[in-house]
Design a protein around this ligand. Sequence first.
Ligand code: TYD
Length: 623
Amino acid sequence: MFAQTRFGTIAVGVVMMARVLPGFLVGPLAGVLADRWDRKKTMVAADLGRGLLVFSLPFVPNLAYFIVVSALLESLTLLWGPAKDASLPHFVERAQLTHANSLSLIAIYGPWPLASILFASLAGLGSFVGDHVEVMRGLSDNPEAMALWVDALTFAFSAAMISTLAIPSSKTGAGRFDLRAVKRDLIEGLQFVAAHKQVRPWMLGIAITFTAAGGVFSLGPEFTTQILDSGPSAYGFIIGSFGGGMLVGLIASGFLAKHLSKDVLFSSSVILLGVGLILLASMSSVGAVVPIAAALGFFGGVGYSVGYALIQETSEEELRGRTFGAAYTLIRIGTLIGLGVFPLIAGAIGDNTVDLVGGATLALPGSRVTWWIAGLLVIGGGILSTTAIGARRSPGALQAVRNSFFVVFEGGEGAGKSTQMAAFVKWLQSRGDDVVVTREPGGTRLGERLREVLLDTSSSLDARAEALLFAADRAQHAAEVIKPALAKGRIVVSDRFLDSSLAYQGLARGLGLKEIYELSSWATGGLMPDLVFLLTVDPETGKARLSGERDRLEMEGDDFHDRVADAYLELSTKFTDRFVVLDGTRSASQVHADVVAEFEVRSAGRVVAPGRSYQAAPGPVPR
Ligand code: TYD
């Protein structure tokens, strides 16, 4: 409105573009930042920034500045939005999320009509103050300034309110700003949205619906004049009834969600939205269109707030900002495509008439046919989104998908495992990864005590007792350290794991591969590494590299160590999907380069559900 009074109607278009375009760039990034930065600080900073920008507008009255400010305002709003949506579940119980989303949407869109009245009266007040108060003389020439400054104050108020809230900061909040980490976060967020069996169909449903909505709004005036034979006031009336229906839908959604599953509610409102659109497009009088428009608004409102609640419930805390960043972007892209493409389709179809039997004719203008297509599209989107209903029943579907990864270093004595592990961990940390470093035997308090027994040269352990103690150590290790870390999406790097038992006890001691595998799988509930680096050196070189006192296993004879080396090679050819064999006789930096390269290949594009590697059926049983 400010743009219109100042710079004319065309400027409104340019300013609108300036507000829509940042969505493409800032939308996904905003989600990353909402997950990475402290959400509270992000919201407060965005509010203060918006307040300052709005405040500054009257001081620099030129269009270029106004456009820049519009783009910045939109960017800050985009930053604020995902942070808000991601924080909401902290304050609101799951069952109340739909209500909360409706309220927040009503708070955003509800006051629009009020805002224009307020804007006009504040501008009036501005001229009055300017005319009557000496120091405020400037306000007479620039009456809107008053309204803008009040607006700026509301942002400051919002910032002050938010700063009193207790919002837990997100996990990576303390991290420094690191572009590679941001890129990784972005990819992780996109993978989550693209791979999640429920979030993906919901997002598609939302995007398609907004594409159709863009089409409806762009062709609305044409439809009203051509088909309904009415003017702009009728169009305004239709939009008003749509908006009213939407308000009712938003309010009703919370109550509906109590009695119906949200995913069923979401898909059915999207499908009904499509059906309603086809129906609406088939009507030829304003009287028939108005109630259908209200119904469309109703289903739109229900779908919108239930869809938001679903995504809030389903996405994991640490990924939620990015999930909403993706939602914002999809909504914007969808709307823009709808606005741009649908009029073209309507133009291409052109206005046709169909002769019916008995001499009657049916008018088929382009806008009607295009709306039918849009309606079908929405029905399609709704049907697509029903796949989410099926997905909720599959185990683990409600868990987030993320980049947890379990890497193990294996090898005989003196193969350079420790050096390589340290270098690898350092590399991971420099990328900003959340790494847990651990070892076997050991890794837990119990494990360290078992380690003493196992490695003590004075223990005389029977082979089976030894195998059981290693398995006991692993059971504790998996339960206490590895599984919780993987469930949090961390990367676990362990010095030895199951394959040590397979090599040492299963093969070198001759207790049997299958037996030791089953023992270990039972101990850990089937937990398997995603990637095993096997460092090889011939046992002679390995032995020469050893320093300090020998432990019980290192004291074993050469033939035992030869058997271990052979055993590892056998395992690596049997289990090629997890093993990567690296020649440990090369320089440490050469080996490290291979480790990094292999890890990047094996972990790229890999989306692992937490627990996937240990809840799923245990891997192939070796013979
Ligand atoms: P450690 O000092 O960790 O060995 P290294 O420095 O060579 O990694 O001692 C672990 C010893 O325990 C090692 O000789 C291998 C053996 N071991 C088994 O025999 N079975 C197992 O399951 C594990 C985890 C280790």
